[in-house]
Design a binder for this molecule. Sequence first.
Ligand code: NAG
Length: 123
Amino acid sequence: MRRLFLIFILNVLPCLGQEVTVTQDKKLVVIHAGNPIQLHCEWRGTTATYRVFWYQHKAGKGLELMAYSFSENDRTVELKFINSWNITRSAATKSSIKCTKPTSEESAVYFCGVSTHSHKKLS
Ligand SMILES: *[C@@H]1O[C@H](CO)[C@@H](O)[C@H](O)[C@H]1NC(C)=O
């Protein structure tokens, strides 16, 4: 069987983070299909409570909201992604998304955005 490689690129959304510094541990991850993948995002800012949003971007499509967390104990995964992705919010300033059995559908660019607003849609 041919082994399929999946490519994950993590980016941050600069427009949402005016007074906040968002960092990521790895920018590019290449894995074999079926191996679990977790993308991490961490931030520092002036406000105690930030909302974190995760988006998926595939070639030729717009950004699609995958999951978000409005506080440490809040985690929401959008219906379209609920069977493949999970979100964690391990601290007030940390979040990650995880896919336990990625397929070629998951090769994409992923964006982590942090905001004090709750608007989910980007214009
Ligand atoms: C996400 O996490 C919940 C709670 O731990 C679990 O029940 C669910 O199966 C997970 N979903 C996926 C797609 O891994």
